[in-house]
Design a protein around this ligand. Sequence first.
Ligand code: CA
Length: 237
Amino acid sequence: MTQRILIVEDEPSIAELIAINLTHAGYEVEKALQTDVAMNMMRNQLPNLLILDWMLPGKSGVQFARELRANELTRGLPILMLTAKSEESDKVLGLDSGADDYVTKPFSPKELIARVKALLRRQTPMEDVGPLSVGPLRLDSVSHRVLAVWPNAEPKTIALGPTEFRLMQFLMGNPERVHTRGNLLDKVWGSDIYIEERTVDVHIKRLRAALAPYDCDRFVETIRGSGYRITKTPTET
Ligand code: CA
C-alpha cells in the first residue's frame, strides 16, 4: 500500500522540492501551508508520516508537534521536523516537543528520503514477543498498548509516541539489563542511519514524562556512565 506523507511547510518552493523527491521515491504526498489546514486534512485521513517545518506563520512547528502528541488521534503519528536552526539546543527542543527526528535546512533530498524511510521502518512493529510485564507495567504489542496495573486499581492506558513505544518494547523485552545508548540506537532506531546518542536521552526523558502520572517513571533507570535499563525493583522510591 502506498504510504502517505503530509508536508507542512509555508515556503512553497521547499514544499515542492520535498514533494517531488518523495513522489519519485514512491510516496503519496499532500501539502499544507499552515497547521490549521494540516489539522483539517488529518481529521479526514491520517497520513503515515508528517514532515513539519519549525518556522511557520501563526503556530510554530514546535507548538503544533506538542498539540499532536497530546491529541488521541495523532499521538502515534511519526513526525520529522524540518529546521533551519542547527544549534544543538534547538535540536533538543525540537525533539522535546514530540518530533521523532529532524533534518536541518538546507538538507540534501537524499538525506531527507533516507530519514523518512528509516522513520517509517521504525513504525513497523518489532518482532512480536507476546505480552510483556515489568513491575506494574504491561505491554501488548498486538494492540500497541502500554498499561499501568497497580493492585486494587483500574488498569490505566499510558499514551506513548511511536518512538517511545518502540523504546519501551525493547526495554521491557530485555529487562534488568543495562543498555548503552549505542545499543538502544541500534535496536530501537536501527543502525542504518546516523542519529546522535543524545537523541536517546531525549526519548528516555519523554518516556519518563509519559510514565510519571502513573508512578511508573522510576522503573526506567539511568545507570550513570553506562546507559538505561528497566527493572521491576527500582532503587529510587
Ligand atoms: Ca518556514
